[in-house]
Design a protein around this ligand. Structure first.
Ligand SMILES: *Cc1c(COP(=O)(O)O)cnc(C)c1O
Length: 386
């Protein structure tokens, strides 16, 4: 039997390999020119001023939280329907995490539930300092509404756009409405650098704070120093930072991948539309679509519509596996992880995320997927649900 069709897969071209090989022959493997070049290209593509490349999106979320003041006594709210990193970043800073349930139609943080929770928090003085919406599957969140709430209640926004490279919202690339937007370049995501992440912001001070946090809290800018430099070698550590740097090898791969972003997004969109058409009559809920935003289609998540079929998620999942397909499930609600239950969260806290989780399957979608492969997935699902 041929090897299983994965739910996601990187696309590495000969040009990508040549770009990496070129850096390997050059003087700088890290801290060289490829990193700022990639940062500028990625920021320009999103119409944003500053890009800060990081070793991975988890580190990017961490330094974004720190730059926006996360720390003991600060509350950070996110969605349960995400990878654990969206919540862990707040805990790295000593902040307190809480969640807002999803809108079942979009699987993203619900603006109505966010507004309700903020109104209650305003009454008892427990407002969040930061809210982290997640563009689940690459489908942008309701950022205009979240920005209005942020301005009204005084919190900052980190958009976890790890899935949403290339997505657009009201005709513009994602990134505009958040204080900081974070992207991931893990191989399963839209573009890859092996491991890698990036923070986008229009705020020069936030960008400078994140650059320092990325590299040990060290500055070489005399205006930020306590003392006069005593020579050209001089630097100061002005805060506590980390080594979260992306290498030039990775950045070169990222720049090369970016040149094919439009092409690979078009391919993802075509495959997503083929799924939309082929699966429309099955007892499934399909990913959201809207005229005011486009998904990057990182994931194609189907939900078993239990009102229309007795088949369980497990049965359908197993059927796909038996047919040589490797589906996945995104996500086990973060608050149900043992490490979060220990903080006091419990089953029933966020019922829409829990119900969604019980029905969801991520089926294969990646730019190098062939139509023959996709037809195998469609045939398997059709058999499983009939
Ligand atoms: C992948 C992912 C992350 C973490 O990304 P890494 O680059 O692997 O650290 C964070 N948030 C979401 C929503 C993700 O999917």
């Amino acid at each position: 039997m041929s090897k299983p069709i994965p739910y996601s897969c990187q696309d590495i071209s000969e040009a990508d390999i040549a770009a990496v090989a070129e850096v390997l022959r050059a003087p700088f493997l890290t801290q060289g020119p490829a990193v700022p070049k990639f940062e500028e290209e990625f920021a320009a593509l999103h119409g944003m001023r500053h890009g800060v490349a990081v070793a991975n999106a988890t580190g990017a979320l961490h330094i974004a939280c720190l730059a926006l003041g996360a720390g003991p006594g600060i509350r950070v709210w996110t969605t349960p329907n995400s990878f654990v990193a969206s919540a862990n970043c707040a805990r790295y800073c000593g902040a307190t995490v809480d969640f807002v349930d999803i809108d079942p139609a979009t699987r993203n943080i619900s603006v109505e539930k966010l507004a309700d929770k903020l109104a209650l928090a305003a009454e008892d003085g427990s407002l969040p300092g930061i809210v982290i919406p997640v563009d689940f599957g690459g489908y942008p969140c309701d950022m205009k509404e979240i920005r209005e709430l942020a301005d009204r209640y005084g919190f900052r926004i980190i958009s976890d756009s790890s899935h949403a490279v290339g997505a657009s919202y009201h005709g513009e690339p994602v990134g505009r409405y958040a204080d900081i937007s974070v992207f991931s370049f893990h191989p399963v995501k839209i573009i890859t650098t092996g491991e890698g992440g990036l923070c986008l912001t229009d705020d020069a001070d936030l960008a400078a704070a994140m650059r320092k946090a990325r590299s040990h809290g060290i500055t070489r800018d005399p205006t930020e120093m306590d003392s006069e430099p005593d020579g050209p070698w001089y630097y100061e550590q002005v805060g506590l930072g980390f080594n979260y740097r992306l290498t030039d090898i990775q950045a070169a791969l990222g720049s090369s991948q970016l040149t094919r972003l439009a092409e690979s997004e078009a391919r993802r969109d075509l495959l997503a539309r083929r799924y939309d058409d082929a699966l429309a009559s099955l007892a499934l809920r399909l990913p959201p679509r809207s005229n005011d935003r486009t998904s990057a289609h990182h994931l194609y998540v189907i939900e078993i519509d239990d009102a229309r079929t007795p088949k369980t998620r497990r049965e359908v999942f197993d059927r796909l596996r038996d047919d040589g397909i490797s589906p996945n499930v995104h996500y086990i609600p973060i608050h149900l992880q043992p490490d979060y239950r220990r903080l006091g969260f419990a089953a029933g806290d966020f019922p829409d995320s829990e119900r969604y989780y019980g029905r969801a399957i991520s089926i294969p979608l990646f730019p190098t997927m062939t139509e023959e492969q996709q037809d195998r997935v469609i045939a398997s699902l059709t058999r499983a649900l009939s």
